[in-house]
Design a protein around this ligand. Sequence first.
Ligand code: PLP
Ligand code: COI
Length: 365
Amino acid sequence: MGNDGAPIWSIERNANSTSAQERARLLENPAFGRVFTDHMATIRYAEGRGWHDAKIGPRQSLALDPSTLVLHYAQEIFEGMKAYRLPDGGAALFRPEANARRFQHSARRLAMAPLPEALFLESVRELVRVDRDWIPAGEGSALYLRPFMIATEVLLGVKPSAEYLYGVIAAPVGAYFKGSSPAVTIWVSDTYTRAAPGGTGDAKCGGNYAASLAAQAEATREGCDQVVFLDAVERRWVEELGGMNVFFVFDDGSLQTPPLSGTILPGITRDSLITLARGMGLEVREAPYSIDDWQADAASGRLREAFACGTAAVVTPIGQVKGRRHAFTIGDGGAGAVTARLKAALLDIQQGRAPDAHGWMDRLF
Ligand code: PLP
Ligand code: COI
């Protein structure tokens, strides 16, 4: 323990680290989330003891007793963020404090111990420094960081765990959607919903993703890339995709995105794009938009563009929407000009090509 009660990091290098030659091969064209770095960060929590055993060590398997709470009642949360290679060879994180705060919000919703913001930031920064050679340099590439936390008490009683394991792993990534198409096709789920008022929709917990998989499988069967969910009460308002927020661009140049009603994830990319668009003089409304209006506006030409956004997906144009009651194309089905401009503005900041006017970049070295 340090003087202020915070754990001191122990750092153990992986004796079997990947060779420089093999790493170069793996970094050439990594699929999303299939290639991992040599190290991981971990911190443990126990009631009465607090956060302890902060480590950066070799990436390795976790041994869990079969009665560990997370395996039964899904007390689990995670984050997704990226470290970017900068033109001078340095590296930076994008708005990591926002991820730290959202992780605390998710922890509270799942009745877990909230990790202090400083520990979250140190864990991510230290891991990236140790695995610095794994940050890819190509356009749209980055080192994806996955902080997570699981309930580790060994017990079958249904109650908040008294012990937690927090960890961070890292994966070099390129584009999330691999296809050659300039825009994705999305499936409107009218069978399944993602989140109900009072539920966990605005927390980043594994359970939300488990619940989305049947709908995503339906989307895949229907030849679509992703699923878009409607609200659980009226089955009418567009909420978000399985792992991305959504924006609409109109013929008067204005943008609209569903409001943070408690049932969608407050995306950091969403928030950043609202700021960037307003900075370009564009009007942005956070207001509900119905699936029927989306179809009618696409047909009339009032709606010009739509895009999905998130850390993994960055900014991805939506070309077509399909469902049991819907089928329409947006614009010419490709990438629109406003979407392309916002994507470029965001990536230029993240990859260090444009001035960081909002103080979003957290330089690591
Ligand atoms: N919505 C969901 C359900 C997500 O999983 C994500 C990805 O993290 C987002 C939205 C976008 O959030 P962010 O921009 O913070 O990555
Ligand atoms: C992210 O964008 O970080 C996510 O967690 C979404 C997921 C689809 C990978």
